[in-house]
Design a protein around this ligand. Structure first.
Ligand code: SF4
Length: 302
């Protein structure tokens, strides 16, 4: 009997990434060479292709020749970085996702009002590195789990506002937010969290299938926060096995020996062609039956 393989929806590019990728295509046509200091989206295969077509990777704005063109990533850059580009009279192509941009503006506004900032997220992720810059000279505390909350200083006489990274596991983030609110009851926020719709939707469908499939395959890069979270969400939701692969080349067919049902999804920064490549590879080399699956599909499990 063929293994059942559910192709999950929604998957793949979110609106922010699709916008950045479209801009990159236009920019290459217009300017030929475009400098970047960060991957404009977190996908290795896509970025390698962009570099082969004219993107030039540098480690800092200082390395870019005066008057050249620079593109900012979907994760945004700090105001300090923008100031450097202005000094060098660079043409700026701003690929920052509008959702990220809105959060940056909120951080700046809170900091301008003298409020301290707590960010729940990964300190080294590009989105958070940039966000910290919007707090100007206001103190920013980055926490990633409940244990970190215990290490925060006494804010009882301070005004504080919290934000979250857009790509966290939103169920886990609720725990951290709850713990933060317990420690700092007067803490402000404009929403329970800043985790974006695309992150939540992709996690929801993974949580649903994790209850009845043997394997979940996430197509995406390991340095993509939302890809890594999808695999973690799958495992914490009960699937026996979940793997994160860049492309069909990383897929070991032997894993299918113990699999009756599986699901495939892709992160918000994965081009759909990479996922389709894997699907076509499975169709041509394995005994699988592919079926679309979204949140409206109960698969007889509910
Ligand atoms: S995951 Fe959300 S916040 Fe991040 S780029 Fe996509 S739409 Fe924007």
């Amino acid at each position: 009997m063929p293994a059942k393989c559910y192709l999950l929806s929604p998957r793949g590019f979110c609106s922010g990434v699709a916008r950045t990728v479209n801009m990159a295509e236009q920019v290459l046509k217009l300017y030929g060479n475009v400098y970047i200091t960060e991957d404009i989206i977190h996908n290795k295969i896509f970025m390698n292709e962009m570099v082969s077509r004219g993107f030039v990777k540098v480690t800092s704005i200082d390395e870019i020749p005066n008057g050249a063109t620079v593109m900012f990533s979907a994760h945004g850059v700090s105001p300090q970085t923008i100031a450097k580009t202005e000094k060098k009279e660079l043409t700026i192509i701003d690929g920052t996702c509008p959702i990220v941009k809105a959060i940056q503006n909120e951080v700046r506004n809170e900091a301008d009002h003298g409020r301290k900032i707590v960010i729940i997220g990964n300190r080294s992720h590009a989105e958070i590195v940039a966000l910290i810059g919007y707090a100007n000279n206001t103190e920013v505390f980055v926490v990633s789990n409940v244990t970190d909350i215990d290490l925060l200083p006494d804010f009882s006489k301070e005004e504080v506002t919290y934000f979250t990274q857009t790509t966290l596991d939103y169920i886990k983030a609720q725990e951290v937010v709850g713990s933060l609110k317990a420690k700092v009851p007067h803490i402000r926020s404009s929403a329970d969290d800043n985790i974006c719709y695309a992150t939540k939707e992709r996690q929801d469908v993974v949580r649903k299938v994790a209850k009845f499939v043997d394997l979940i395959v996430v197509v995406g890069s390991s340095h993509s926060s939302n890809a890594a979270r999808l695999r973690e969400v799958a495992l914490s939701s009960g699937v026996p096995s979940a793997i994160l692969i860049d492309s069909k080349n990383d897929f070991n067919m032997g894993i299918l020996n113990d699999v009756d049902t599986m699901a495939i999804t892709s992160s918000a920064s994965t081009p759909d062609a990479i996922l389709q490549d894997l699907v076509n590879h499975l169709k041509s080399t394995a005994d699988v039956e592919i079926e679309d699956f979204d949140m409206s599909n109960d698969n007889g499990q509910q």
